[in-house]
Design a protein. Sequence first.
Length: 137
Amino acid sequence: MLAVKTLVRHYEALCALVPLRPIRTEADYDAAVAALDGLLDAGAGGEQHPLAGLTATLGELIGDYEATREVAVSGSSVDILRFLMGQHALMQSDLPEIGSQGVVSEVLSGKRRLNARHARALAERFGIPAGVFLGVR
C-alpha cells in the first residue's frame, strides 16, 4: 500500500499543475480551464491517452462550477439560495450568514429580503458574485 506521506507529496505536486479540487472562485476556474486547455492541446482528451481520466475529472470539476454559475444567472435570489442549499445539503439553521433559522425562513418565504451584508457573506461562502443575491447580474 502506498504510504500516505508519499501520496500527499505526489498529490500536492499534481495539484500544483492541475487543480484537482472543487472550484469555488473565478481564479480557481481560470486555473482549471488553463490546465484543461493544456491537457487537450497535448492530446490527453483521447480515450487511450494515459491522462484521459485526469482530463475527464478536470472537465467534470469545471462543469460543476459552470452549472452553479448558470443557475445563479437565471433565477431569483431566493431560487438561487434554495438551489445552493440543496446542492450543499444545508438546512435553514446552517446559514448563520443570514441569521437565525427564523430569519432564513422569512427570506425563503419572501417575507424578508436579503441585504448587502447577507449577499456578501453568502457570495463568499458559495464562491459566486454578491450581485446574484441582490438581483444585480
